[in-house]
Design a binder for this molecule. Structure first.
Ligand SMILES: C[S@@+](CC[C@H](N)C(=O)[O-])C[C@H]1O[C@@H](n2cnc3c(N)ncnc32)[C@H](O)[C@@H]1O
Length: 485
């Protein structure tokens, strides 16, 4: 979500955690760097995953007393542990609804199962009158019945079955598609009304807009651009220094199944994740990290994200290809276009992109898609280690030396209420080195009264200016406090 401009963010106190430097880039240094990455991955596996302990939750429960769920009123350690387990299940259960939302996005924008034009939300009534919607539903029903090797359809076929719907029964499948389309439409209306009424406390505050929505895996290049611009800003301000970042975590990288926004909703290439590779790429481009000296943890609650990354790592000699389409008709600012052009050049090599289907070609009305593809190097893929972790409730019990220099979580905390956001902030803080940073495009409430281990140190307001309309995305930098005795 893009928001209007902010004023200048306050300057943070420097004091970012200690990092290593390698003087000579000879063979021994390269071996040392590789050994470091393997060692870092090993220590992470060895680290225990635990629920946020009651002792850390208590200050948050105390200050949020009036806003707590009933099960946490007058909580003690036992009540807290029971609630955390239950809440973990509740959060994970939201993924299914997110998958059903993706099914609707596929119905409207997908091109892998139909020749019908894509349908914009605004032109749904028209598409219904002309029969385009009906034809798309029929084509998707047929695709779901016989998915072949279309991985998106194979996944949805399994999802339907898990809901007791036989994809071979066209009536039930069509009805299910329409029912979910209507639900998504209603939900969009509610969200739009909520957004119009919201009184955000600050520009970064997105008022937990998606707190009762299904958790989706949607991802695109845009948040990665925001993060690169923020890192650039942090370097310029001296908050981050050359070669300073080695241990990194991405919270919720997502999986590009088909985006909820039509402008990045594509299904003509295999499902892909972008953020871990884009972040590694940005860190090297900006000189904040050394190539081959980054260990990158991926935390997610989605088994689809985790399995996807594990499979990518298992194919360890082939690397990982990312497809980067750009709709020429979209008014991207020059900085974003140049980011799109360079994305991946520090971590891979350009390869021939998959050709988009005819529907995207200029003859069909649009200006068409410009496309790039990059094969990410195997060592970079192997440096990215996925792990199941619910950031709202869980943390890794890391030794001080193994904690992260930098964590990134975009378009994730907007799915949670203020209480859950505070829990997540504390969990991230527990895994950061003193002075380490969490970058996110949401305002996360700190525990008041100076009892938080994290504080908002500043904001970078990323510009998406185009056609005279001022569009911005603020990214907050939360810093782990440096405790001095
Ligand atoms: C909407 S996607 C955002 C993807 C990417 N960060 C981006 O900005 O494009 C949300 C991602 O966060 C993950 N996620 C949601 N809640 C989470 C939680 N409590 N802990 C860890 N991951 C979570 C989802 O599974 C998904 O991968």
């Amino acid at each position: 979500m893009l928001s209007k401009t902010t004023g200048k963010p306050p300057r943070p106190t420097p004091g970012f955690g200690g990092l290593r430097r390698f003087r000579t880039p000879g063979i021994s240094a390269v071996l040392l760097l590789a050994a470091f990455v393997v060692f870092a991955a090993f220590t992470l596996i060895a680290a225990g995953r635990e629920f946020l302990p009651y002792s850390s939750a208590k200050p948050i429960l105390d200050v949020q007393r009036d806003h707590l769920p009933a099960a946490l009123q007058n909580a003690d350690a036992t009540k807290w542990a029971a609630w955390a387990r239950q809440e973990d299940e509740t959060i994970r259960a939201r993924l299914e609804q997110g998958d059903l939302d993706s099914m609707v996005n596929l119905l409207l924008y997908g091109t892998s199962f139909t020749q019908q034009p894509r349908i914009r939300m605004e032109s749904l009534t028209e598409a219904s009158k002309t029969g385009v919607l009906r034809s798309r539903v029929d084509d998707l029903v047929a695709g779901l019945r016989s998915p072949g090797d279309n991985e998106r359809l194979v996944f949805l076929n399994g999802l339907l079955r898990s809901k007791g719907i036989d994809p071979g029964a066209p009536g039930a499948t069509g009805e299910f598609l329409y029912k979910n389309l209507l639900r998504v439409l209603e939900e969009r209306k509610t969200l739009a009304a909520r957004a119009a009424e919201a009184k955000p406390a600050s520009l970064l505050d997105r008022a937990s807009l998606f707190a009762d929505r299904g958790v989706s895996l949607d991802t695109s290049i845009l948040p990665d651009f925001s993060i690169e611009q923020t890192l650039r800003d942090l370097k310029k301000r001296g908050v981050l220094r050359e070669g300073q970042v080695a241990r990194v975590a991405v919270i919720g990288p997502g999986l590009d199944f088909i985006d909820k926004n039509e402008e990045s909703g594509y299904d003509y290439y295999p499902q892909q994740t972008l953020q871990p590779f884009a972040l590694y790429d940005s860190l090297v481009r900006l000189g904040l990290a050394k190539n081959n000296a980054v260990s990158l943890s991926i935390f997610d609650i989605s088994s689809r994200v985790i399995d996807h990354m594990q499979r990518a790592r298992a194919r360890n000699n082939t690397g990982y290809v990312i497809q980067l389409p750009r709709d020429i008709a979209r008014p991207w600012p020059p900085e974003l276009i140049s980011y799109w052009r360079s994305l991946g050049d520090q971590v891979g090599t350009a390869v021939a992109p998959i050709r988009p289907p005819k529907i995207f070609r200029p003859l069909n009305g649009g200006q068409g898609l410009e496309t790039r593809a990059v094969r990410i190097r195997p060592d970079v893929v192997l440096a990215c280690e996925p792990m199941d972790l619910n950031i709202v409730l869980e943390r890794l019990n890391l030794a001080a030396a193994d904690r992260f220099d930098l964590m990134v979580g975009t378009n994730i905390f907007v799915y949670y209420n203020a209480f859950e956001q505070t829990l997540a902030l504390e969990n991230a803080g527990a895994m950061l080195k003193p002075g380490g940073l969490l970058l996110t495009n949401d305002r996360l409430a700190e525990v008041p009264g100076g009892r938080s281990s994290m504080r908002l140190a500043g904001t970078t307001d990323v510009r998406y200016d185009d056609h005279g309309v001022s569009a911005h995305e603020p990214v907050g930098w939360y810093q782990k406090l440096v405790i001095r005795n």
